[in-house]
Design a protein. Sequence first.
Length: 236
Amino acid sequence: MEIFAHRGSSGTHPENTLPAFREAAALPVHGVELDVHLSKDGELVVIHDEKVNRTTNGKGYVKDMSLAELKQLDAGSWKAAEWAGATIPTLAEVFGVFKDTGHILNVELKTDIFPYAGALEKVARLAAGQGMEKRLVISSFNHQDVQQAIHHQQLPGAILASNILVDIAAYAGTVGTKRLHLSLPYALRHGAELIGKGCEVYVYTVNRLDYAGQLQQLGASGIFTDYPEKMLMELK
């Protein structure tokens, strides 16, 4: 079962920052998951929320701030004083951390709230320019962008889902993928059935070893965890 570091090693480091990604890059996990928005001036930046309020000392929407303004924010102190000064990274900076590793990078496009026109194309161009396109998976709750990634950018795509959907396996076929990224409750209830239909089931966010063990037994392809090192040590 593949292990992905969720927002980097986010259990022990400030999520979606270079310290969290460097920690994950040093681990022999399969991959890392990260979240991408567009700044006001069209730069790809790595942060989870639409607003900067929760994980920085600033306030407001990512989309309303330039890259220079976003870079002035402290994205580490909220986690612990030792991470003071960590900033919101660009996607290019994160790619740089993993350039010489073998990790798969799961880029979650946060285009389900704000459309961020051109974000997918920018991700694809950046990946191609840095030689990372063969190590990318595009996921999103915006399934139109997943479909575009698969059919127009020739990138692997994954459907993100939290609600219990009727026949998601057939629906995934209309998008063009068999890869489902499901919430933990969804996967525990319906994962075995979906795997039996040929789906590849990946599960977020799995931080308890008992749940990880259950998912491994039912045949899940992978998990996203805030504690990748712990999961590496405990999962056989």
